[in-house]
Design a protein around this ligand. Structure first.
Ligand code: DGL
Length: 268
């Protein structure tokens, strides 16, 4: 039986989903969380749909075996390729993340929006379906962010290589007159300071982190699984990673006041 005291389970192909964890922890401070960083298998974005589904099943079963009441797929690539399968085969509620092209389409004044995401997300059927629903007047400039996830996983967030790749991907979008840039990968919010330097102050940068946190709260509340009072079981936040934890430690450094963070290297 799923219980209110169970944790919120979250997984990503690596450390990027911690950008979603931060939003969830901010909105739901009474909840315990268990985060899986499947860095050993990153990037997911270059894998086939079948491989991504197999990895999503592995992560889901790991979380369910450790008492999770809901699973947040904090990865656009895994959501767009595997969430339909997961929802069909498991009873627990799943929250997914998709590139926020709908909100961008409502905001754009130039009728041109840019999206930076993985190959796996941009080529997925779900992304195609969502983009086809947009107003036909709106032009979507798609860019695959090849190499960005690997650089982030390897702690090269502020490297020269990163700056060059970002310039190479973003400058053509700026030339196309985009006024909204959608970040379609949960690793990319960590690149916002660098992206801002390249695209300047005027283009809106849109990601889906807050929307995912709000949806998680709504679904837990509707299922009667939302914690509203602190019980005697202390909340905890565990982060499991199947590679070295150096990058994860760096990305969570701004959460130092959280005494309850546990970071463990383990195989899964
Ligand atoms: N954070 C994942 C996403 O949102 C990265 C995918 C990958 O590993 O390529 O798509």
């Amino acid at each position: 039986m799923i219980q209110k005291d169970f944790s919120i389970g979250i997984f990503d192909s690596g450390v990027g989903g911690t950008s979603i964890w931060k939003e969830i922890n901010h909105l739901l401070p009474l909840e315990s969380t268990l985060y899986l960083s499947d860095s050993k298998h990153a990037p997911y974005g270059t894998k086939s749909k079948e491989e991504i589904i197999a990895l999503a099943i592995k992560n889901t079963e790991y979380l369910l075996n450790r008492n999770c009441k809901i699973i947040v797929v904090a990865c656009n690539t895994a959501t767009t390729n595997a969430i339909a399968y997961l929802r069909k085969h498991y009873e627990v509620p799943f929250i997914g993340i998709e590139p926020a092209i709908k909100p961008a389409a409502l905001q754009t004044k130039t009728n041109t929006i840019g999206i930076l995401a993985t190959k796996g997300t941009l080529n997925s059927g779900l992304f195609e379906k969502t983009s086809q629903k947009l107003d036909k007047e709106i032009k979507i400039v798609e860019q695959i962010g090849t190499g960005l996830v690997a650089l982030i996983e390897n702690g090269k967030l502020d490297s020269e290589e990163m700056t060059q790749l970002l310039q190479h991907y973003l400058m053509p979008m700026v030339s196309e007159n985009i006024d909204c840039l959608v970040l379609g990968c949960t690793h990319y919010p960590y690149l916002i300071p660098q992206i801002r330097k390249i695209i300047g102050p005027k283009i809106h940068i849109i990601d889906s982190g807050q929307a995912v946190a709000k949806q998680t709260k709504k679904v837990l509340s509707e299922a009667g699984l939302l914690k509203t009072i602190q019980t005697k079981n202390k909340r905890s936040h565990q982060f499991l990673i199947n590679r070295d934890k150096n990058t994860l430690t760096e990305l969570l450094a701004d959460c130092e006041k959280e005494k309850s963070l546990i970071l463990l290297e383990t195989d899964f």
